[in-house]
Design a binder for this molecule. Sequence first.
Ligand code: ATP
Length: 776
Amino acid sequence: MDRRTTRIPQPPGNHTLMPLTENDLNTTRKRKISPLKPIPENKLQRGTQRPPEAPAQVEDTWEAISEETGWTLKECLNHKLLFKKRDADKAKNQVMGQHLRRLRAAGRHLLTEKERLELDVESLQSCLATEEAARAAEAQDHVAVADALQRSIADLQERLSGQEQQTAQQLAGKEAAAEELRLCQSQVQAAQGNAQRLQHELACSKELAADYQKQVVSLTELHQHAQKYNSQLQEYNNSLQGEVAASAASLAKLQADKNSWAQDMAEMRGTLTALEANMHAAQTSAANAEAARHNAAGDAARLRSELSCLTKERDQLLLDLAQLKEEVARYKACTGQTVEILEREKELKAQLQSQNQAQAEVQAGLLVELAVLREHKALSERLAAQQGGEAGQLRSRLAQVEALLAAAEQQVQEGERTRRKLHNTILELKGNIRVFCRVRPLLPAGSACAVAQIQYPTSGDLKGRGIELQVATVQSQQPQTYDFAFDRVFGCAAKQEEVFEEISQLVQSALDGYKVCIFAYGQTGSGKTHTLVGMLGSADERGMIPRAMDQVFVEAKALESQGWNFEMRASMLEIYNEEIRDLLGKGPPASKKHQVSHDDKGNTSVAFLESVDVRRPGKVGELLAKAMKQRAVGATAANAHSSRSHMVFQLTIAATNAATGQQATGTLNLIDLAGSERLSKSQASGERLKETQNINKSLSALGDVIMALAGKEPHVPYRNSKLTYLLQPCLGGDAKTLMFVNVAPEAEAAQESLCSLRFAAKVNACEIGTARRNVK
Ligand SMILES: Nc1ncnc2c1ncn2[C@@H]1O[C@H](COP(=O)(O)OP(=O)(O)OP(=O)(O)O)[C@@H](O)[C@H]1O
């Protein structure tokens, strides 16, 4: 309850009692009065002696007394009655009576005041009690509210900590992703190194394997020849051995025949000898018998019979002999024939033996040869087996290497995919228009012209990203410093290679099916053409366009192994005085009307624009050289060969994967803008003036488009210039866009550099949406 609204109960009575205020009391202090001395006891006693009872009268109110005397209560109470000796008692009594009246009034007033105050105190106490109760209730409410608040705070804290955790997790995730990216990159590098090493090893192994294969083939051929020769020899040997065996068998048979015949002859000779002996014995006995006949008469018959018997026997024997003779003759004839045969056989045998011997010699030679060949064959076989084993080992190693290579390639592909994903995420997180600043060196190097004070932060977050430019002002002697930060700042010592490394990821995106737009902005002579085109003949000084083309070729070649096939066409045009000219056309650049049109899929076409197949490396160099010859250049105050037009190099990459059926169409636009320059500074006149005006008009139209995009305005004035209309799909959020802001280091160019850097800072703050990949 509000204390100020507490009603204080009024004391009873017909008048309103006002509480004594500090003001009342202070009135006393303000007045100059002498301090009241206390009234001595004896005087008071004397003074309090009641005068005779006066008739009842209306008692004075303190207000009346106060009005009458002008005293405050305190003054009244402290009032000292002063009497002179000569004052009469009556007068004294009167004065005292008056004062008593006043004191009574004051006492009553004080009593009422006291009562009122007591009442006040009571009412205040009751108020206090109610208020306390209300307070307690309020406090309880507050406690409840506080509890609720505590709970919601706890809840919020919990959510906060949850969000903090989430943020921490996201940060950790981001860091992990960055770490993973780094890891992936190092893995990719390692895997690429590995893959290269393995490819080298594979190539060596393949060569070795091919050599071994050749050796194996030649040895196998040799082996086959040897086997064939061997089998032929064996066949010949077999036939010879067969012949030898047949000859030996026939010889053995002849020998056996001869032996049996010799045996038969010996037996016959024995029988003949026995028969001859018998015959001789018979003849002897016949002679003996004849003698006996002569000698013995009696025995003549017996002897005769014996004789006839013997004659018979002799006849028989003679018959037998004749037969035997016949047989011997026959045998003789036969034996003679056999001998002849035998002789012949012997001769034959001798021949055969000599032949056999010769054959045996040949055979021995052949056997030696065979043994040698066998040894050779065994050696070859061992070698072949060894080589076969080695070839097997090589084959398995080859298979391992191929598997490793495949795994490495897969890893590389996966790493590549992760890298692309992370890269795209990073680009998307960064916003789509990124800005790189490049400061060119002094020209010619080391020349004596004054150098603008350009500093680059060497530590902290802005290292590699910050640039500080000091510009002299007319008003003060102290130059003014302007700080800028971009996605990357390249000092005057930066090489083309270093610059290209930073944009190579973007070039890769064109192969992945994105529209990529890289343009160079800056004052005349600040190094735009040098950055994008460079010196075509020099390997080190080649600009972003030839380097981008090299990368596209290399990557496309690498992707061919994954089934991708690329079609690449390039066109080059310039916008000169708001007119499009074909820099690769057959006729003069301004011979045709080139109308720009966009279809609803964001594809741009320029009528009658020559587009050239650039799948042959080196073709782009020729095209660039041709285009640079055709391009409109002229001498300006800042550059003897100033480009007076915007040059657009466009590469369209149509990728198809026969294996997966995927299709992607990417575009890489590299734009060398004409130099920005203030008219007052360019000192241009005539045709140069018109060029400068057109250049400035289109550059300011580009600025307007970027500002409208940055401000997310409903209308973006693309149609205000040919340049912005041509680049509409690239600027309008579909593409990944990068701007180089080129800066000249000379002190006299500081003001122009400041303008360029300011423009670039606005562009850097511009988010144009998420790039879209054109993939089917
Ligand atoms: N980084 C660099 N290193 C060495 N020389 C450079 C560098 N940048 C520019 N130059 C030289 O500076 C001169 C002017 O450069 P360039 O023609 O590229 O400027 P520009 O911005 O294209 O000029 P304009 O807009 O007038 O065409 C050239 O001679 C070029 O070789």
